[in-house]
Design a protein around this ligand. Structure first.
Ligand SMILES: [Zn+2]
Length: 338
C-alpha cells in the first residue's frame, strides 16, 4: 500500500479512536503510540494501551518539539513526524520477521494481552515475536506460520473485544469497596484458622487453566514469581488501601503498571508455589494485612458449593499462625498456610 493511503487510514483510525474511546479503554493503536513516544524520549510510562493523561502529555511534548499543534491527539501529521515508528497502520499489511513500525507494536501488545509475551513491546518483529505469534496461532487452531495476516489479526482483535470486562465493579467511586469473584467456579476453604493454622485467603478449587479476572478496578503492582509459597503471583492495588492477591497461577498475563477493571484477565489458574493441586488462592489485603474477603465479595453466595471440597486441592504451608508482615516484599512474602 502506498504511504499516502497509510496516512489516510491512520488519520481515520485515530480520529475514530479519539472520538469513541472511553477513558478506561485500551487499544493496540494507543500502545503503538506509546512505543513511538518512548523511542522519542518523551514518554516513560507503561505500554498499557490506555490513552491517559501521561500519554496525552507525551504526545503534546512531541508535537511541540516538532512544531506541530500541541493538541495531544496523534493525528496524521503527528504520525508522519514519528517516522517509521508512526506507520504503517495495524492491518494494512501482513506482518513478518524483519518488519518494524506501528503495526508491529500493536501486534506485540495484542499478543501480550493474551499472555503470549514476545519480549519488549518495541515495534520490531524479531524471532521472539515470531515465536510468540506461532504459539498464539497454534493455541487458536490457526496455521502456525509466524506471519500475522488478516485472519490472525482478526482472531487477536476479536478475542480482544470479548476479553473486555462487561461488568463494572470494585464498587462505585465512593461506595464501600466490593470485589468480584476472580474465577467462575466453586469456592473452597475460606479465610481463618484451618487445621490449627491461619489461612489468609479464600481458595477456589477450579481446573488448571481457568481464566482469572481482576476482582475490581485497580493497577497491577506485582506480576511474577514469589518464592515464599505463593508461586506465580499477581497483586492488584485498589482504592482505599486495598490489594487483591492471586496466587499459584500457571501463567501470568498482567504486568506491573497495567490498569485493570473487574474481569480483566490477569492470569490462568495453576499450582505453582506451595500447592498440591490446581486452585486459585485469593487474598484481600487492607493496609497490607490479609482480611476476610468474604464480606466484600459480590454475589458472595452465588457459587458456594455445599459439602466438602474435593481432596488434594488445598495448599500446603509452613506452620505459622501469624499473617505475613505488611512490609514483606511481594517477591518473597511468605504464604503462612494456603
Ligand atoms: Zn489458599
Amino acid at each position: 500500500m502506498p504511504p499516502f493511503r497509510w496516512f489516510v487510514l491512520a488519520a481515520a483510525t485515530l480520529m475514530a479512536l479519539a472520538a469513541a474511546a472511553p477513558a478506561q479503554a485500551w487499544s493496540p493503536d494507543v500502545a503503538a503510540l506509546q512505543v513511538a513516544l518512548r523511542a522519542n524520549h518523551v514518554y516513560t510510562g507503561a505500554i498499557d494501551g490506555v490513552a491517559g493523561p501521561r500519554t496525552k502529555g507525551a504526545t503534546r511534548r512531541f508535537q511541540r518539539r516538532r512544531g506541530l499543534r500541541a493538541d495531544g491527539v496523534a493525528g496524521a501529521r503527528t504520525r508522519r513526524a514519528l517516522g517509521r515508528r508512526g506507520r504503517p497502520p495495524l492491518g494494512s499489511r501482513t506482518m513478518r520477521v524483519g518488519h518494524e513500525g506501528w503495526d508491529v507494536a500493536g501486534l506485540q501488545f495484542l499478543l501480550a494481552r493474551r499472555g503470549f509475551t514476545s519480549g519488549p513491546i518495541d515495534g520490531g518483529f524479531g524471532p521472539r515475536t515470531g515465536g510468540a505469534l506461532r504459539r498464539y496461532q497454534s493455541s487458536r487452531g490457526l496455521a502456525a506460520d509466524g506471519v500475522a495476516g488478516r485472519s490472525t489479526l482478526a482472531a487477536l482483535r476479536d478475542r480482544d473485544r470479548r476479553a473486555r470486562p462487561r461488568r463494572p465493579s470494585g464498587g462505585n467511586a465512593r461506595g464501600p469497596v466490593k470485589f468480584l469473584r476472580p474465577v467462575r467456579g466453586p469456592q473452597g476453604d475460606g479465610f481463618g484458622p484451618r487445621w490449627g493454622r491461619m489461612h489468609t485467603g479464600i481458595d477456589f478449587p477450579v481446573p488448571h487453566g481457568t481464566r482469572v479476572g481482576a476482582a475490581g478496578r485497580g493497577t497491577t503492582t506485582f506480576a511474577g514469581y514469589n518464592s515464599g509459597g505463593y508461586g506465580n503471583l499477581v497483586i492488584v492495588r485498589h482504592r482505599g488501601g486495598f490489594e487483591t492477591w492471586y496466587a499459584h497461577l500457571a501463567s501470568v498475563t498482567s504486568w506491573p503498571g497495567e490498569r485493570v477493571r473487574g474481569g480483566t484477565r490477569i492470569g490462568l489458574v495453576g499450582s505453582t508455589g506451595r500447592s498440591t493441586g490446581p486452585h486459585l488462592h485469593f487474598e484481600v489485603r487492607e493496609a497490607g494485612r490479609p482480611i476476610d474477603p468474604q464480606p466484600r465479595l459480590l454475589g458472595a453466595s452465588a457459587s458456594v458449593i455445599a459439602g466438602p471440597v474435593p481432596s488434594g486441592l488445598e495448599c500446603t504451608g509452613a506452620r505459622d499462625r501469624r499473617p505475613p508482615p505488611p512490609t514483606a516484599s511481594p517477591a518473597t512474602a511468605q504464604l503462612p498456610a494456603c
